[in-house]
Write a new protein. Structure first.
Length: 368
C-alpha cells in the first residue's frame, strides 16, 4: 500500500510517500518540504493569504519531486492523504483540494488527517520508534497538550494550555526582544549564550495540582523585565540611579541596544521557565498514568534545552523518551502520510472515494 501525504496547514508545504505491507511498520520512502519563512519574515508573522497562494505554487512540483525520489509513479499511489485540520482555513483548502483532485483523477480513495495526530505519530518515523501505550507531550505552534495514547486513534486528553501555548510563549517573548520571525528558534539560539538563572521569571501552574498549562503570564513577566532593563539602561546613560521597579506600560524600545549578555540572559531565563513547566508536567503525567514511556512531538520538541532536560530527568526515573527526527519536528508531509498509513493499517479509518471535501481549522484531537 502506497500513501501520498500532503501537508499545507500553515506556512510549510510538505509532500511525502509512505508504504507498508501487512503488519510491518509503514516506511517513509521520500519526502520534500518547502518553508515560507523567508516570505513571511518581512511581515513579522504568517500572512494567511500569502501562505495559501504559495501552497498552490509549491504542492505539485513537490509531488513530482517525491515521486521521482521514491522511484514511484503517480499511478502507483493507492491512497492520497491530506491535512484536514486544524490550521489556517485557506491553506488547508489548498491541500485538500489538490488531494481530492488527484484522487478523483486517479480513481483512488482519499483520507483527511488530523494535523496533531500527524505530530503525535511522527516519532514512529524515527530510528527509535515508541511502543504503545505512552504519554505524549504535544508542543506544536498554538497547541500544548498532554495525552495518554493507548493506540492509533485511542487518545485521552490529560491536560492542555488554557491560554498561550509553549510555542506562542517562545514566539511572543522573542518578539518583545526584537527578534525576527520565527522567534522561537531565534530566542533558543540566544538562550544558548545566556544564564538561565539570571532573572526570576514565573513558572505558571507549575504546582497547580493538575496537568494544564498557562504561558500568558510568563509573556507578561518577560515584558515587564524587558521594560526594567531598558529603563535601567536609560537611567545609567543619564547618570541617574537605575529604578528598582518598572510599572507596566514602560517602553521596550531600545532593548536591542542593551548589552548582548543581558539580552541573552533574558532569553535563557525565558526558555528555562518554559522548559521547567513542560518537564515537570510531563513527569507528573507519567506518574499519574503509571506509564514509563514518553513521546515528545511538535516544533518545540526540537528545542535542545527541552530535550536535554527531558533526557536527564527521564534517565534518572527509568523512563524511555522518544522524539521525531529533528527535520520532522516541524510541519511536514511525512507525518501526514504516516498517520494515514497507521490509521488504515490499524482499521481505525477507511479511505473514501467521496471527493467533496471540507476542512476543520479548529479540531480537537481527543474528538477523533
Amino acid at each position: 500500500m502506497l500513501v501520498l501525504g500532503i501537508e499545507s496547514s500553515c506556512d510549510e508545504t510538505g509532500v511525502a510517500l509512505v508504504q507498508w505491507e501487512g503488519l510491518a511498520m509503514p516506511e517513509l520512502l521520500s519526502h520534500a518540504l518547502y518553508s515560507q519563512i523567508e516570505m513571511h519574515q518581512a511581515f513579522g508573522g504568517v500572512v494567511p493569504e500569502l501562505a495559501s497562494r504559495d501552497h498552490i505554487r509549491r504542492v505539485l512540483p513537490l509531488t513530482r519531486e517525491v515521486l521521482e525520489e521514491g522511484g514511484r509513479s503517480l499511478a502507483e499511489v493507492d491512497v492520497v492523504a491530506y491535512t484536514r485540520g486544524p490550521g489556517l482555513a485557506g491553506a488547508l483548502l489548498v491541500g485538500a483540494g489538490v488531494a481530492c483532485a488527484l484522487g478523483a483523477a486517479l480513481d483512488r480513495p482519499v483520507l483527511g488527517v488530523h494535523h496533531l495526530e500527524g505530530h503525535l505519530l511522527s516519532p514512529f518515523l524515527s530510528a527509535d520508534p515508541p511502543e504503545f501505550p505512552f504519554v505524549a507531550l504535544l508542543v506544536s505552534g498554538g497547541h500544548t497538550q498532554l495525552m495518554r495514547v493507548d493506540g492509533v486513534g485511542r487518545y485521552a486528553l490529560l491536560g492542555e494550555t488554557i491560554d498561550d501555548a509553549a510555542g506562542e510563549a517562545f514566539d511572543k517573548s522573542a518578539k518583545l526582544m526584537g527578534l525576527g520571525y520565527p522567534g522561537g528558534p531565534a530566542l533558543a539560539k540566544m538562550a544558548g549564550q545566556g544564564d538561565p538563572k539570571a532573572y526570576a521569571l514565573p513558572r505558571p501552574l507549575l504546582n497547580s495540582g493538575n496537568l494544564d498549562f498557562s504561558f500568558a503570564g510568563l509573556k507578561t513577566a518577560v515584558l515587564v523585565q524587558a521594560q526594567r532593563m531598558v529603563a535601567a539602561q536609560i537611567a545609567i546613560a543619564a547618570g541617574e540611579e537605575p529604578p528598582t521597579t518598572q510599572a507596566n506600560g514602560g517602553s521596550t524600545a531600545g532593548f536591542d541596544a542593551l548589552p548582548m549578555a543581558q539580552r541573552c540572559n533574558l532569553a535563557a531565563s525565558t526558555q528555562a521557565a518554559i522548559v521547567d513547566v513542560l518537564v515537570k508536567k510531563s513527569m507528573t503525567a507519567l506518574k499519574e498514568t503509571g506509564l514509563q514511556r514518553l513521546v515528545v512531538a511538535g516544533g518545540v520538541g526540537a528545542n535542545r534545552a527541552l530535550r536535554d532536560q527531558l533526557n536527564s530527568t527521564c534517565a534518572a526515573r527509568g523512563v524511555r523518551v522518544h522524539y521525531p527526527e529533528l527535520h520532522l519536528c516541524t510541519d511536514n508531509g511525512a507525518m501526514i502520510a504516516m498517520a494515514a498509513a497507521m490509521r488504515l493499517q490499524s482499521g481505525q479509518q477507511q479511505a473514501s472515494k467521496t471527493y467533496a471535501f471540507d476542512v476543520r481549522p479548529r479540531w480537537p484531537l481527543d474528538s477523533l
